[in-house]
Design a protein around this ligand. Sequence first.
Ligand SMILES: Cc1cc2nc3c(=O)[nH]c(=O)nc-3n(C[C@H](O)[C@H](O)[C@H](O)COP(=O)(O)OP(=O)(O)OC[C@H]3O[C@@H](n4cnc5c(N)ncnc54)[C@H](O)[C@@H]3O)c2cc1C
Length: 295
Amino acid sequence: MVQALADEQQRQRYFGRLAAAPTHTFFALTEPAKGSAALELETTLTPAPGGGWLLNGAKCYIGNGARAQLGVVFCRRAPGPWGIEAVLLDTSAPGFSGELLPTVGLRGARISRLRFQDVAVAPEDLLGADRSPSRRGLYGATYILYRFRPGIAAMALGCAQAACDYLRTHRATLPRQDRHRLDGVLDRIAAVRHRTYAVAAAVDAGVVDVAGIGAVKARAARVAEDATRLVAELLGPASLIEHPWLEKTYRDVRAFELMEGTTNLHTMAAFQSLLRSRTALQPAAQRAVDGAARH
Ligand SMILES: Cc1cc2nc3c(=O)[nH]c(=O)nc-3n(C[C@H](O)[C@H](O)[C@H](O)COP(=O)(O)OP(=O)(O)OC[C@H]3O[C@@H](n4cnc5c(N)ncnc54)[C@H](O)[C@@H]3O)c2cc1C
């Protein structure tokens, strides 16, 4: 977010602090009642009587939130998508509180709930204040989320591959039918990895294929779940007790479905993109049909 939106002074302040001492940071978009519907976020940024702003609201499922010293909070200054802003927040500010949520997986991610009660936000903490509303806030969120998704896909694929490797280490031979099932999952991992490299390379080249990125993230999350489930099954009925590493991975990979948008949302985005491309093709296709009819 800071790379994408901050002005020079904000960058220097932020990276200077990171360089000075080990610092945990967070990215707070999701709210208790607004997860997938992030555009409807309700945390408010209102003018403070003496100048600057006041931040009020709550965030949920924020990685590192309760132990961070610094973070970015998305909030609403006005109605509509362009009324969304991103502010830099120091967690020592009065009115900020964070609590660790109890989770059964990904304990190291320190998933937290955050609350803001009249937290003062100085004008210089509004990220990208010199940009137009359509080039900050929401723009920054999407800029980051699209670029993070291939990374989430890569993590999910790494877990899927590791689970399959674990099985091969602990079961040197498998009955033929089970070998075929494992090969099927390994083929899917290879296919999604290939697509993940492709969308990531496109991002590096400046092309953001939103639907393609969402598709690899959704596919990778699914194959990670399927791989851990298959490996647990093939290692026998007590596998999750006898293999603590597998049990941890089996729990952790379920988070990939939720991080950075759920499969339902990515499926809808892919479908809408398909519809748009079909609509865009229609006039040309119609001309071809008309031309053929004339001849
Ligand atoms: C490990 C982990 C780390 C996270 N870290 C962060 C973080 O650092 N910062 C942050 O801001 N957020 C973070 N999140 C939150 C994450 O982005 C949300 O969990 C995610 O956006 C889903 O929101 P939700 O949990 O409220 O689920 P909901 O949005 O309530 O969805 C619940 C179910 O309803 C479905 N659904 C919702 N809307 C629709 C629709 N319109 N059509 C069809 N189906 C729909 C979803 O697909 C899902 O199956 C993290 C989550 C996890 C699991």
